[in-house]
Design a binder for this molecule. Structure first.
Ligand SMILES: Nc1ncnc2c1ncn2[C@@H]1O[C@H](COP(=O)(O)OP(=O)(O)O)[C@@H](O)[C@H]1O
Ligand SMILES: [Mg+2]
Length: 380
């Protein structure tokens, strides 16, 4: 593997940025896609939760579920950059439309109040919607590269577990019970009769309309579920292909690194292609052998300091303070290096591990994304 992500940016069709919340997935996805466009590829970034200022800086004030092209003058290169922000509800609607038996069934499901609740709140549904969208784009779009940002889950692994979680949730005994209940006496004997009884009691509290909606929904949704499962399996297959690369984003903190390592192992178990680690917000490692005297002499010689004619002791105190601060930063940098070493030890000496420094400011501009790219995929 190479020292940075340049080769991957040129060779892959789908890049998935994964990592725990807040480490810089969205920023990394935006920077990689911008750089790919600058290098001539027709690129789409599928983002989940871009900061408003980041979307604004890409000229995408109203970023939504519809794909928009980033103004060409911002790209300043041969390719194109397109962007969309996944709308979970709309992505779900698309899946339902695709798998429902007929247009009337689509209408009925979408009009059912239970659907609007459930499509937004089932465990793993955002992750599932994102993956299904990637699968659809892979089949039906002509982008050279699709860069995928992933939802801000507490654990990066949730992303791969999402389809299973979702099907488990829909297959849960409680929901099965509702489904059976509706079939009343028809061959379901005890469940049917108990169901009818419980339904009658429950409807006293909730109103029978709600329970009706619920059981109709789960009966009708059962057909769609087959489609959901099929989609999940197909997406899982897609994510194993060579044209895909997982970019594991982490910060150099022990927790984030541990999670990245879990995910790395999970990828190799599932035979999914690992592209590289991005360790974001790394403290600069700049060991210094300067003595206080040497530093004091250097400070004293600075023209601006010389003008002020400080006492030698004042300059010396300043030099001592500076060295103490530097030593503290160096401790942080060395701690970061130790964490990065854990990634190396796990992934092998030739695995791609990119370090991105801690920038003074948040990255909310095209220029900021460009600066990030210089670390992710430097121009050679
Ligand atoms: N290397 C960095 N230096 C400084 N700020 C950063 C850096 N990387 C990301 N940020 C900022 O950190 C915040 C969180 O980044 P984001 O990409 O949204 O994380 P995630 O998508 O993983 O939750 C954003 O405000 C972003 O601008
Ligand atoms: Mg994000």
């Amino acid at each position: 593997m190479s020292a940075d992500l340049s080769d991957i940016l040129a060779a892959k069709r789908i890049l998935v940025c994964v990592g725990p919340g807040g480490v810089g997935k969205t920023t990394t996805a935006a920077a990689l896609s911008l750089e790919a466009a600058r290098r001539g590829r027709k690129t789409l970034v599928l983002t989940i939760d871009p900061a408003k200022r980041l979307a604004n800086s890409l000229g995408l004030d109203e970023l939504g579920h519809d794909i928009q092209q980033v103004p060409a003058e911002l790209i300043n290169g041969e390719g194109e950059l397109h962007a969309m922000m996944l709308d979970q509800k709309k992505a779900f609607d698309e899946i339902v439309s695709r798998y429902a038996s007929d247009p009337e069934a689509v209408k009925r499901i979408m009009a059912n109040p239970v659907y609007s609740q459930i499509s937004g709140s089932l465990a793993g549904s955002l992750e599932y919607a994102a993956m299904a969208k990637v699968d659809e784009l892979d089949r039906e779009s002509d982008y050279d590269l699709i860069v995928v940002d992933t939802p801000p889950t507490a654990h990066a692994l949730d992303f791969l577990d999402a389809p299973q979680k979702l099907t488990n949730a829909i297959d849960s005994p409680a929901i099965e019970w509702f489904r059976n209940m509706r079939q009343g006496g028809r061959g379901r004997g005890v469940i049917g009769r108990t169901g009818a009884y419980v339904l009658k009691r429950l409807s006293k509290f909730t109103g029978s309309k709600f329970l009706d909606d619920l059981s109709i929904f789960f009966t009708e949704f059962n057909d769609i579920l087959g489609g959901f499962k099929q989609r999940a399996e197909e997406t899982f297959d897609l994510l194993r292909q060579d044209k895909v690369g997982f970019v594991l984003v982490a910060s150099p903190e022990a927790m984030a690194v541990r999670e990245s390592l879990f995910f790395f192992q999970r990828l190799s178990k599932a035979s999914m292609p690992f592209a590289g680690f991005v360790v974001n917000r790394v403290h600069a490692n700049r060991p210094s052998a300067l003595s206080t005297d040497q530093l004091a002499a250097a400070i004293k010689d600075l023209p601006k300091v010389a003008e002020l004619e400080y006492q030698p002791t004042s300059v010396r105190i300043a030099a001592e303070d500076m060295l103490a601060s530097h030593a503290e930063l160096q401790i942080l940098a060395e701690a970061d290096e130790q964490q990065i070493k854990r990634l190396r030890d796990a992934a092998g000496a030739d695995a791609t591990v990119v370090r991105v420094p801690f920038f003074r400011e948040d990255i909310h501009s095209i220029a900021g994304l460009g600066r990030l790219s210089e670390y992710l995929a430097p121009r050679r």
